[in-house]
Design a protein. Structure first.
Length: 454
């Protein structure tokens, strides 16, 4: 049994049976049978059912949000956005069903066509930091492209996924087409990865686990999409609107308590603006409201678990206490709380400056000029996201081309929009999710030649 704890109180919320390899195999059999009928259905019928699924989710946004607050410790505002994002992803994917077009390619002696066909059964392994939306990133386009989906949520956050599966049936999706298999990574997750019938794995999580999954999929020539870690830079040039940059910086690494692969945890500031930026940043960080995630006023909640709290604490030990330049407040007592923390005066290659902490901790590093900023921004094994603050359009474009990351934002911290592609460079993963090409990532391309010669 999996125990689900409320991260804000450490109280037991629910116990959920953990799936075994036999459960995964049985679920695959049901999914494969359902997928054949789903793929054969008229595109308009698939689209209509996905829109109905979106409408049912919309009817339950508040319920799903409250469930997310309870199991993941997300602030209520964030949780409402996440449930709404599931709805929007389903709507967006439904719009692509009838536009999943092949091509007609000019050739000699006949006509050549390409046809996009579904892969079959897709395995999705979702993380605990954004349980609902990231699960939907893969599930919505996979279903729209004609596949069945087996979703394994993180063991700490299975409740919203289980509820979404119930809502899918309520909306009229075929039995067995979308199934949720709560369980541990080494058991249920590994069974999905190693199952010979599952055509693709979509995994979001740590780089270490992602590499292991990639190796196992390679042995079976199984498709894989990986969204892994990040250590994203927030580059602030001296010519930027410093007030705006400092006001936006706290939530760029404190949103979701810093448990975000896109978190801008390396704040790079041009030396001539460094002192002024810190003056502006200090009150902005200290004013962040940390507390009960169910309170409408709360901006930051707890970390997900005791293990994650211990990990974050390991980066801010007695040895690094002198580097704490800014510290906010957090509740005391039960719950996995850590205060907003900004480290200054640390070496650019210190563990806190180059490793993914996955908590509400950022470092501020000075740079000299544009070339130095790019060097620092790229001094990491990751390449997921980042921000560039400047009033100089030419510099913004040069820096955007030079920073090795999949998702960059100028004068903002936006990373994820369901209608634009998302994914990383280097150790941040493989493939792209979301955007106009999301459905094609779950298809095979078949080429057909029709001879016209007599």
């Amino acid at each position: 049994m999996l125990q689900v704890l409320n991260p804000a109180t450490e109280e037991l919320v629910a116990t959920v049976p953990a799936a075994t390899p036999a459960d995964v195999d049985a679920a695959f059999t049901r999914a494969a049978a359902a997928q054949r009928g789903w793929a054969a259905a008229a595109p308009a019928d698939r689209a209509r059912l996905l829109r109905r699924f979106a409408a049912v989710v919309d009817d339950h946004v508040e319920e799903l949000a409250r469930l997310e607050v309870t199991e993941a410790g997300h602030t209520l505002g964030n949780a409402r956005w996440e449930a709404g994002n599931v709805r929007d992803l389903l709507d967006f994917a439904a719009g692509g069903v009838e536009r999943l077009n092949g091509r007609q390619i000019p050739v000699a002696g006949g006509i050549d066509l390409t046809i996009l066909e579904p892969l079959g059964v897709v395995g999705v392994i979702a993380p605990w930091n954004f349980p609902m939306p990231i699960a939907a990133w893969a599930t919505a386009p996979a279903l729209a492209a004609g596949n069945a989906v087996l979703l394994k949520p993180a063991e700490t956050t299975p409740l919203t996924a289980l509820r979404l599966a119930e809502l899918a049936l309520e909306a009229g999706l075929p039995e067995g087409l979308f199934q949720v298999l709560p369980g541990t990574g080494p058991v249920a997750g590994n069974a999905l990865v190693e199952h010979p019938g599952i055509a693709k794995i979509v995994f979001t999580g740590s780089t270490r686990v992602g590499k292991s999954i990639m190796a196992k999929c390679a042995d079976r020539v199984k498709r894989v999409t990986l969204e892994l870690g990040g250590k994203s830079p927030n580059i602030v040039f001296a010519d930027a609107d410093l007030e705006a940059a400092a006001a936006a910086a706290p939530m760029s690494f404190l949103d979701n308590s810093g448990q975000d692969c896109c978190a801008r945890t390396r704040i790079l500031v041009q030396r001539s603006a460094y002192d002024r930026f810190l003056e502006l940043l200090t009150p902005a960080v200290q004013e962040i409201v940390v507390g009960d995630p169910a309170d409408e006023r709360t901006q930051m909640g707890p970390l997900i678990s005791r293990a994650q709290l211990d990990r974050v604490r390991s980066y801010v030990t007695d040895a690094t206490e002198q580097a704490v330049g800014i510290r906010g407040k957090a509740p005391e007592g039960p719950g996995f709380w850590f205060p907003p923390t900004v480290l200054t005066g640390v070496a650019e290659d210190a563990p806190c400056a180059v490793e993914e902490i996955f908590g509400p901790v950022a470092v501020v590093l000075p740079f000299e000029d544009e070339a130095d900023a790019i060097r620092l921004a790229n001094a990491t094994e990751y390449g997921l996201s980042g921000s560039i603050w400047t009033r100089d359009l030419g510099r913004a474009l040069r820096a955007s081309r030079a920073v090795r990351a999949g998702n960059l934002s100028v004068n903002s911290h936006s990373s994820v929009r369901y209608w634009t592609p998302f994914g990383g460079y280097q150790q941040s993963g493989l493939g792209r999710e979301l955007g106009p090409d999301a459905l094609t990532a779950f298809t095979e391309t078949k080429n057909v030649f029709l001879s016209t010669e007599a």
